[in-house]
Design a protein around this ligand. Structure first.
Ligand SMILES: Nc1ncnc2c1ncn2[C@@H]1O[C@H](COP(=O)(O)OP(=O)(O)O)[C@@H](O)[C@H]1O
Ligand SMILES: [Mg+2]
Length: 252
């Protein structure tokens, strides 16, 4: 895939292949093209050339709003929740693309009612799994950021995606908030493929099967978290002398 913004090549002939399940990480300095790659995979931005296939479906042939039904779901870098909706309602928004809309939806036919019931059952199960059920009637704005982020990831998960895209899900979380989200993402990785932008190798070593390192839109290394961490090109371009293996985010 190649993505251009005017003269800038943000993603440069990047090739990526992920199996049906597992956690795969994207790392690289600021401006490397990681978010752009996720935006292109979820059809938030257009692709200059290349192709995207999910279980054989050509995602580029779909309209952007059909992407969720094709099995691609995502979270954003900041938890983008609706403050005027409750926690439960925010979760149901993640199923919107699967619900009958238009006149049939408005008339509440038996099939619409069945869909609504099934959606609520799914939402309840997910909220209970994540220990958020007690908070279902709260506004997300009143929750700590760690809970908001959990809800953000849950909203992407409720559509039962085949490919879950997460842009720096742990950014802004406290150390105490990290394990719950980590467990949620590890659980997701047993059910679907998770492609996650994450700078902290300490987090990745526990859960990521493979790390792809990007710089200036290109893939510069790929492998296990511990292998990639020792790669000379990665050390030169990205990791530098950061303490505890935490990435220094300045571009090389
Ligand atoms: N909408 C946009 N318009 C123009 N340039 C953009 C846009 N989005 C990203 N870029 C540029 O593309 C490059 C890659 O950005 P980005 O994908 O956000 O990097 P990363 O997520 O790895 O930090 C950067 O040089 C950035 O300035
Ligand atoms: Mg980014």
């Amino acid at each position: 895939m190649t993505v251009r913004f005017g003269g800038l090549v943000a993603v440069d002939r990047l090739d990526l292949d992920v199996p049906d399940t597992g956690i795969f990480a994207l790392v690289g300095p600021n401006g490397a093209g990681k978010t752009t790659l996720i935006n292109a995979l979820s059809r938030v931005c257009s692709i200059a050339s290349g192709s995207v296939r999910v279980n054989g479906t050509d995602v580029l042939e779909l309209l952007p709003h059909q992407v969720v039904s094709a099995g691609v779901a995502r979270s954003f870098q900041r938890a983008e929740l609706f403050p005027t909706l409750t926690v439960l309602e925010n979760l149901l928004v993640g199923l919107h693309s699967e619900m009958t809309t238009g006149l049939e939806g408005a008339l509440m036919t038996p099939s619409t009612r069945r869909q609504e019931k099934a959606a609520r059952v799914r939402a309840e199960r997910l909220l209970r799994e994540l220990n958020l059920w007690e908070l279902r009637d709260f506004s997300p704005a009143d929750l700590p950021y760690g809970h908001q982020k959990l809800l953000d990831v849950a909203r992407a998960l409720i559509s039962e995606p085949k490919l879950l895209l997460l842009d720096e899900p742990f950014a802004g979380l406290t150390e105490a908030e990290t394990p719950r989200l980590l467990a949620c993402i590890a659980g997701a990785g047993r059910r679907c493929a998770v492609l996650m932008i994450e700078h902290h190798f300490e987090l990745l070593e526990g859960i990521a099967e493979r790390v792809t390192v990007m710089n200036f839109g290109r893939k510069i290394a790929e492998g296990s978290p511990s292998g990639v961490r020792r790669d000379p090109e990665v050390l030169r371009c990205y990791l530098g002398t950061g303490r505890h293996g935490q990435a220094e985010t300045a571009a090389c």
